[in-house]
Design a protein around this ligand. Sequence first.
Ligand code: CUK
Ligand code: CUA
Length: 638
Amino acid sequence: MKIHNRLIMTFGATLLLVSCGQKKQSSNGALSSSAAEKVYVAPGEQDEYYAFLSGGYSGNLTVYGLPSGRMFKEIPVFSQFPTSGYGYSEETKPMLNTSHGFVPWDDAHHPDISQTNGELDGRWIFINGNNTPRIARINLSTFETEEIIEVPNSAGNHSSSFITENTEYVVAGTRFSVPIPQRDMPINEYKSNFKGSLSFISVDPEHGHMDLKFQLLMPGFNYDLSHPGRGKSHGWFFFTTYNTEEAHTLQEVNASQNDKDFIAAVNWKKIEEYVNNGGGTKMPANYAHNLYDEGSHTATTTMKKEVLTVDPLKVPGAVYFLPTPKSPHGCDVDPTGQYIIGNGKLSADLTVHSFDKMIAAIEGEKFDGEAYGIPILKFEDVLAGQVKSGGLGPLHTEFDGKGNAYTTFFISSEVVKWKLGTWEVIDRKPTYYSVGHLMIPGGNSRKPFGKYVVAMNKITKDRYLPTGPEMEHSAQIYDISGDKMELIYDFPTHGEPHYAAGIPAEILAPKSQKIYRLDENEHPYAVKTSTDSKVVRDGNEVHIYMSTIRSHFTPDNIEGIKVGDKVYFHITNHEQDFDVPHGFAMIGQNTSELLIMPGQTKTSVWEPKKVGVWPFYCTDFCSALHQEMQGYVRVSPA
Ligand code: CUK
Ligand code: CUA
């Protein structure tokens, strides 16, 4: 969250007090019994939607059901996760490699589900790591992170990871401009020397594999958020910017001088054509590409050495600037692709640009000067309308597919519903408290499912029983099927959710009951039958080829291990039933346990420090004889 601190202090504090007062008068979203019926999913019944909430500084993605608000799963992405052994097992450790080394943490903000023809297809979900710039791809048939690509020449990978309407590209924009290439130079020489980068990462339609196709090098602004064009504006991508002053310190004096910053409109189809015809300049760059192979259940890291950069001035007609007031944050495009909404976070009004007017202005060459050679369009020429919201601090907008938009206001702590085209405000409802993003399933596509909106709030305060000085963040579900929004549920979230993505269960659930077939397991240390289990010594490395099935490990008595050995437990789960993992944990292990899915092989390393006979056991309660799933390793002196 980055909102003007002083505004939070003044407006925010006042509003919080007001809101708390409201609660006592029971208007604080006091729920009707019909609200209870709307969110009640009876035992044994299932939710209508999946909601994937980013985990912010947890580095993960959490999966909830709508409308129940029940949490189904936490998917580790940019973190080590003891629950499954992700980032600890030998197979998954490479996922967290970067050019800065092993980085088992990040700040995950914006998930986006893959699309075909502008509609959710539920194949993959992408999410950005802000801090050490990365984009991850999660397979939605396994709910596992399969690929992470580092983004070079970027810092604070925030206007990411949004996808084009046929998942041609996942796009990543830098928040901070930096020296490109990085070098030792005075910070106060930022202006004109630092640059921003907008990266277009192609996605292979069959397997989803990512490849950094080209990187557009832009003036040294901050690139905050982005959204793809869709429908009529397919082929374009829009990025909000702030600090177009190019101040090297963003103390308020410097940062918000300009009355208007820009939305950068990028014609990526044009640049793609330029690049396909041999355009662009190869630049040395060092970045990691980590890919998990489903056959071998193993990830590998490839270090990339160069990136294709594009100078926008070499591709006439590729980039234009649309003046947008008051440090716009969210950049949202409606389902028809006609309207581009800039949420000026220091203002009350929303600015809506028209794609048709933008094209007409470009064709009429009606420019209002330029910035670093990039034409600036006239504000009046591209403006479709302004929403006089009456709120303060607009951040993000989503759409219901019925001609309405819903915008969050951080400072005035509310969601405002308004009409596209007439710009009139239809309804407003408070949030508890200080909302950031909101999400309608499919709300970032050509086909939203406008039944619920989920508001993700930054401040929790009194919504739940207190848990010490820190409360989990809070989300709220509103029924938006009628003219007026109705608050129907609160639920706590994990980490700090920024954006979320939702999808109907009927699209996703049929694909997501996956079992890995044992006969397709290509892991080099897999054992297909328990009689193939063995212990192989190679110098001071010992490889234990182990199998597991309810309710034993084979082998379960291991001797001949010495202090100073490096012991690899390669464990293959021979189950072929849905949802029957086995666990494995060894005493004194400084990594974590493993959770091995049916048909999978996972590896854990143990370096015994003490002589003795040491037990191991299964950590997942798997059968009536789960407590019998155990074994011993005898460790002798070196
Ligand atoms: S940001 Cu967090 S509320 Cu990263 Cu999309 Cu606006
Ligand atoms: Cu296997 Cu418990």
